[in-house]
Design a protein around this ligand. Structure first.
Ligand code: SIN
Length: 284
């Protein structure tokens, strides 16, 4: 793909590209918008540096791609229900998003994408990893592709936000972030294990360790060996990229065909990010 309005510099072989030549605090013309959208579909996660954005400007940018989700379980930023602050204080031992996942896959219509803006970054560490789920699917054997093509998986927020979930056990390890612990998180939804991207038409794997519980119609015990295999496979090194944050960097990723992982390797330092999540369609 060639770009005339913006500069697109790939970050890794599998996915990810840095975009320069655009100021996201200003209104973006249609030509620039189309190229950003093309880069998003080509690279799956795109990064912008040195952007000075207010919460409203972050939301305006995100709204160009769809309506915004109000996160059901994380307390939003004051006055901005569509923005969740993701904060690890100096004293905190636990971070948010510290495991491979695709945002809100427990929803009937999970996220199209997420836009994460760095307000305060630690002097070292705190990078985020992403993995390309098209490549993970394409690398499977034809036999495995055929079998997975006929399966659905059960997704739920219960392991994170349910009464017996991670937040219930560990909320006191995160001083500032307020994450609900609620029975509503025990609801579940079924999604195809292989989904087809609405814009690109490409197939990707759509199971993640954060929110997928089992294959539909099977027990957790029966599902575990194959799910474990898929989790290891789909986030293996050749499918990944890694982004080193600076204050005022922004990432925009496609939750339909990627997973991500926030590294927790900067104890003793503060990190604050603002996340906007964009509504998507029911996976098919
Ligand atoms: C997330 O899972 O959305 C958080 C990612 C990060 O903080 O790097």
């Amino acid at each position: 793909m060639s770009y005339e309005q913006i500069k697109v510099t790939p970050l890794a072989g599998a996915l990810g590209a840095e975009i320069s030549g655009v100021d996201l605090s200003a209104e973006i013309g249609d030509d620039v918008f189309r190229e950003i959208q093309d880069a998003f579909h080509e690279h799956l996660v795109i990064f912008f540096r040195n952007q000075n954005l207010t919460p409203n400007q972050q939301k305006d940018f995100s709204r160009r791609f769809g309506s915004l989700i109000v996160h059901p379980f994380v307390k939003p930023l004051d006055g901005h229900p569509e923005i969740i602050p993701i904060i690890k204080e100096k004293e905190d031992k636990m971070n948010f998003g510290g495991g491979w996942h695709s945002d809100v896959s427990f929803m009937e219509e999970p996220a199209l994408g997420s836009v994460l803006y760095a307000k305060e970054t630690p002097p070292f560490g705190g990078d985020t990893l992403w993995s390309n789920q098209y490549l993970a699917y394409e690398a499977l054997s034809d036999g495995m592709k055929d079998m997975l093509g006929g399966l659905k998986a059960v997704h739920s927020a219960s392991r994170q936000y349910g009464a017996k979930g991670e937040s219930a056990k560990n909320n006191d390890k995160r001083k500032t972030m307020e994450v609900a612990v609620t029975d509503e998180a025990d609801a579940f939804v079924e999604h195809p294990v292989v989904r087809t991207h609405a814009a690109t038409g490409r197939k990707s794997l759509y199971v993640n360790e954060g929110f997928t519980q089992k294959f539909a119609g099977m027990t957790k015990r029966e599902s575990r060996p194959l799910l474990q295999y898929l989790y290891t496979h789909c986030n293996s090194e050749p499918f990944t990229c890694r982004f080193r944050w600076e204050d005022n960097s922004m990432a925009f990723w496609d939750n339909r065909c990627t997973q991500h992982y926030a590294l927790n390797d900067y104890h003793g330092h503060r990190r604050e990010m603002h996340r906007v999540t964009i509504n998507g369609e029911r996976p098919a």
